[in-house]
Each structure stands twice: as structure tokens, then as C-alpha cells.
Write a protein that binds this ligand. Structure first.
Ligand code: NAP
Length: 546
């Protein structure tokens, strides 16, 4: 049955108090651009944001050393040529404060602030099947009604604290890297403990070590880290680079991750070249390229375990060569497949363990049993600390969406539907939840790519879809069950042909006790973009439009 959408009454409803065309949840890169796009097609929309500032990830993760691992000239919007020409990045990899000031600039430049409602956490959303609209509730009791509900909630926004008893008892200062206090933490001459050695831990550890009287790092699983190779950008270089900004964007679109076309993935296979050639290639990537592009040294590093281990061993040799105490070096040695968990990038991470005021405690076989008033306890041994930093990660990709009580058709809860994994189509929607869009949700290439460009693509696709619905007088769009089953099968089949499922990464939800082990991101930006274009061209195949 098809109930045609009455565009006049919709406009009237949008003007009424508490009624909008769209509610966007989250004021990060996704939400801000979504607002801009929806305004551009004449919709009334507001962003609801839990923080008291815009920026999403880049608002919350203000811990010392936080910076992006994709180059600043790539990790930025491309929708406005004027914007990308006007903005001048100061470093190859932008720091958190610089990215946040960029987002502040974008917010003001495009006059977005007047439609951003801060300090408002969306707590529930219920779909009304008669009106095809969402009733969205925030935790201060406000209710707003909207045709479209757009989750721009980010992939890494729900912080995870391990279930260690006593956290509340600690009398010193403590914070999670992903919810860093605005006033910061004072490490000067303090005894500091950092729990966790993923990307966040690896970024803050060298900086905390410079300030603390003593830093103790509590490590469960050693991670692979490659020097970022950060440097100040030369203004002359930047001016010249901007002459062909769109050229870089175009070349990046053809890459699997949407970045790094200036150092493309080597098409050779690791074991088909001599050992000397391999060493030279790894050394070149380590020393001259830096960061995530290390994994582009050979085409098969993420598919062939033997090839992978040549790169892994190269990094282990670097750790041995850098860390003076061989026992500490051994403890820092990762053994999993490199790249299976997100590769970390650093500035002076391994070197930090040569400092006299830094110690490394391996907690793999003897976990932290208790946080106490004065520090923490492992077995019989107590560690006295003034500050504890939890760099313990996120309930990635689904956490923020699942924390909202979203009820679709028939009152079905999204958390129930996703109990065995986030079944979805294109990472943008799920059957039974019409007019609900997830920007770079599970099933989208998202975290395996240059997020900003993937976000721009996804937001653009959603905006075009909404424009299509409006111009064809449809009031609702809903994923079909068949389309989502096929999509999830495809996401998993692609992942299964790689080494990604071989370790306990957050890509699989494996860092969260009890979370179903399902590989969530879609591997490959170009095929994903092609699929989205094809779906739109076919009048939104895989969706029911009513
Ligand atoms: P993460 O990679 O999930 O690392 C969390 C760390 O906490 C791991 O070392 C983990 O150990 C440890 N941990 C968890 N529970 C623990 C427990 N009970 N006891 C001891 N240790 C425990 O989180 P993250 O470092 O915040 O990074 C998450 C993602 O954010 C990154 O992968 C990256 O995509 C993004 N990020 C990017 C940047 C950047 O652009 N440079 C910076 C920061 C974050 P196990 O490994 O044993 O679980």
C-alpha cells in the first residue's frame, strides 16, 4: 500500500513548535555537514549534541597528544573549494586543537550554530507508523517530532571502561582519553598510570612521560606502532599544493581507503621480492612515508599471513633496536598480524621506554584486580598513583546508537534487532526502522578509510535520497529484509578473505565483553561508492518507498 506524502501539511508541521523535518544526532564532522546539506535542500533540521561544544570525536578526545593519523590536507572537507583554499593546516597531521578550531570555523562560516542544540543527549526515539514520523526524546525530557532521524553519532564515541572494581574509590585524578575534561589533568611531578596501549595510549604516553614524576604503563596487549613522520607544513608548499587540491581528492577517491594516493599501495607481493628489496621497502615506508601508509608496502600484507609477518618482524626489529632494556623491548613485542587491529602511529612511543621515569607493567596474565583509593592493585602488589588515565577504547560503531532507546515499527527495539550483530544495508539503515539513517554506520567503509571523505560521500547520498523522496512525494523509506541480509553477508565475505578476523579488534566488537563478534566495516571505498550510486540510480533498490 502506498500512502502518498502531503508536502504542504509536512511544511506546516515543520513550522510548528517541536516539529522538524529532520533531527540529526551529533555535531561532529557528519552532523555538521548533514545540517548544511539538509538546509541546502530546504529542510528544517536541528542537531542535538550531548557535549557543550561542537566537534564530536574532536571535542571529546582532547587528551595530550591527540592528533589525526590521516594527513590534514586529506582529513578535511572538500565540498567547498573556497573552504579548502582558505584554510591553512599547520602540520602534516593535525592536532586535536587544530581540528577542533577547523570545525568551529566551518560551523561559523556556514552559519550552522543557530541550529545546533548543545548539552542535549538524545535518549529515545519512537517511530509512529501512522504519520511516518519519529518522536525523539532527550534526557532533559524534551520531545521533538521529525520525519527523518539521522544518527551522526560517530564510530568511536561511546567510551569503554573495563569492569575493574573500585574505580569510584580512587582519590586522585582520573579520566578516560575519550572524555577528557576540558580543564585537563595536571601531571606535573605526579605518579601517573596509563591503562591501555592502543592509538590513544600510544599518543598520550610520550607526552605524559615528559611531565610526570613517574609514569607506569599497564599493557595487556602490545600494539604495532609506526612513526607518524609528522612535521610542520611549509606555507610555500601548501600554496603550491592547493593549485591541484581537487586533483588529490580525485586520486584519493580511487584508493581503497580514500587517502594516501601520494604514496600508493605497492602492487607487488611481499614474498615475490628478495629479502633485501623487502627491507628497503619497509625502511622507506617507516622512515620517509610514515604512519598508516606503512601497510601499503605490499599488496598482500592484509591477506597473506606469511607476507604479513615479514612486515610484523620488521616492526619488532625496530622495537628491539630502539628500546635499550631487552626485557622491556620483549614485553613491547606484538605477536598478532600487523594491521589486524588498527595500526598505531606515534611520535617517540618506543623511545619513551628508555626514560628513567617510565616503567611498563605487563598485565596480560595478571590483570588489574582493583582500583583502590591510592592507585591500583595487581595480585599482592599495589601501585601508588596520583593520576590514572584510562586509554581503554570504545564500544565502537554501534555503542552510541545502541545507547539510545530506538523503537521502530511494531515497537521493536533496535538493540533487540541488533542483539546478534548490527544487521544493516549499506551502513545507512535497517529494516523495520523507516526514515532512520545512520551516517557511516556499521556496514559502511567508515573506520577503514579517511573518515571525512567517507562522511561527505555518505551525507551527500542521504541528502540526495531525501530530496528524491520529497520530489516524488514519498513519506517513508525502509530497508528490505532481503537487502540487509545480502549486504551483511557481503561485508562478512569480504572480511573473511582478509586477516582482519584473526585478532580481537574493536572492528569485530571483540574488545567489549559480551558484544557479538561480527566484522562491522565494509572493506573498500570505491566498490562501496559504486554500489551506492547504483542503488540510487535504480530508484533506491533494496528499499521500500511508501
Ligand atoms: P583501543 O585501540 O581499543 O585500545 C584500548 C586499549 O585498552 C588496548 O590496549 C586494550 O588492551 C586496553 N584495555 C582494554 N580493557 C582493558 C583492561 N581490562 N585491562 C587492561 N587494558 C585494557 O582504543 P583507543 O586507543 O582509544 O583507540 C581506538 C581507535 O580510535 C583507534 O583504533 C583509532 O581508530 C582511533 N584513534 C585514532 C587516533 C589517531 O588518529 N591517531 C588516535 C586515537 C584513537 P587489549 O588490546 O588487550 O584489548
Amino acid at each position: 500500500m502506498s500512502t502518498k506524502f502531503d508536502s504542504n501539511s509536512e511544511t506546516a508541521a515543520s513550522n510548528a513548535q517541536g516539529s522538524l523535518d529532520a533531527v540529526i544526532v551529533g555535531a561532529g564532522f557528519s552532523g555538521l555537514f548533514m545540517l548544511h546539506k539538509l538546509r541546502g535542500i530546504g529542510l528544517s533540521a536541528k542537531i542535538y549534541e550531548a557535549g557543550d561544544g561542537i566537534g564530536g570525536t574532536w571535542y571529546w578526545n582532547s587528551y595530550p597528544g591527540a592528533r589525526c593519523d590521516v594527513q590534514s590536507v586529506e582529513y578535511s572537507y572538500q565540498f567547498s573549494e573556497d573552504l579548502q583554499q582558505d584554510w591553512n593546516w599547520s602540520e602534516r597531521y593535525a592536532s586535536q586543537p587544530e581540528i577542533l578550531s577547523y570545525l568551529e570555523h566551518v560551523t561559523d562560516r556556514f552559519d550552522l550554530r543557530r541550529d545546533v542544540v548543545l548539552k542535549t543527549r538524545v535518549s529515545g526515539a519512537e517511530f509512529d507508523e501512522k504519520s511516518n514520523r519519529w518522536k525523539v526524546t532527550s534526557d532533559d525530557g524534551r520531545v521533538v517530532d521529525a520525519q527523518f532521524l539521522i544518527m551522526a553519532t560517530g564510530a568511536l564515541s561511546t567510551i569503554f571502561y573495563p569492569d575493574i572494581p573500585g574505580r569510584e574509590a580512587f582519590k586522585g585524578q582520573s579520566a578516560h582519553t575519550g572524555a577528557w575534561p576540558l580543564e585537563g589533568l595536571d601531571f606535573q611531578d605526579k605518579r601517573v598510570g596509563v591503562i591501555g596501549t592502543g592509538s590513544s595510549g600510544i599518543q598520550c604516553i610520550p607526552i605524559i612521560a615528559e611531565q610526570a614524576e613517574h609514569l607506569t604503563v599497564f599493557q595487556r596487549t602490545p600494539a604495532y606502532s609506526v612513526p607518524a613522520g609528522n612535521y610542520d607544513l611549509d606555507p610555500g608548499w601548501l600554496t603550491e599544493f592547493k593549485n591541484d587540491y581537487s586533483g588529490l581528492r580525485e586520486r584519493n577517491e580511487a584508493t581503497m581507503g580514500g587517502f594516501g594516493s601520494d604514496h600508493p599501495v605497492n602492487t607487488e607481493l611481499a614474498l615475490q621480492v628478495s629479502e633485501k628489496e623487502r627491507e628497503d621497502q619497509y625502511q622507506h615506508r617507516w622512515q620517509n612515508v610514515g604512519g598508516l601508509l606503512f601497510l601499503g608496502a605490499y599488496a598482500d600484507l592484509l591477506t597473506d599471513p606469511a607476507a604479513n609477518q615479514t612486515a610484523a618482524e620488521f616492526v619488532r626489529q625496530k622495537i628491539r633496536a630502539t628500546v635499550i632494556d631487552p626485557e622491556v623491548a620483549e614485553r613491547l613485542m606484538p605477536t598478532t598480524m600487523i594491521g589486524c587491529k588498527r595500526l598505531c602511529t606515534d611520535t617517540n612511543y618506543y623511545e619513551t621506554y628508555n626514560r628513567a621515569n617510565v616503567s611498563l607493567v605487563d598485565i596480560k596474565d595478571s590483570p588489574i584486580e582493583e582500583i583502590t583509593e591510592t592507585g591500583l592493585r595487581i595480585g599482592e602488589k599495589s601501585y601508588d598513583l596520583d593520576c590514572i588515565v584510562f586509554a581503554t577504547g570504545f564500544d565502537a560503531m554501534t555503542g552510541a546508537i545502541s545507547n539510545i532507546d530506538i523503537r521502530g515499527k511494531g515497537g521493536t527495539r533496535l538493540t533487540d534487532k541488533w542483539a546478534d550483530g548490527p544487521i544493516n544495508y549499506l551502513g545507512v539503515g535497517t529494516a523495520g526502522f523507516p526514515n532512520l539513517f545512520t551516517i557511516v554506520g556499521p556496514g559502511n567503509p567508515s573506520v577503514l578509510t579517511n573518515m571525512v571523505c567517507t562522511i561527505e560521500h555518505h551525507v551527500g547520498w542521504v541528502a540526495e535520497c531525501i530530496e528524491y523522496l520529497r520530489s516524488n512525494s514519498f513519506s517513508a523509506i525502509e530497508v528490505t529484509p532481503a537487502a540487509e541480509l545480502d549486504w551483511v553477508a557481503e561485508v562478512n565475505a569480504i572480511a573473511a578473505s582478509t586477516l582482519f578476523p584473526t585478532c580481537n579488534s574493536w572492528y569485530l566488537g571483540a574488545n567489549i565483553p559480551g558484544k557479538p563478534r561480527v566484522f562491522m566495516p565494509y572493506l573498500g571505498l570505491p566498490p562501496y561508492r559504486e554500489k551506492c550510486a547504483e542503488v540510487a540510480k535504480e530508484g533506491y533498490s533494496g528499499f521500500d518507498l511508501t
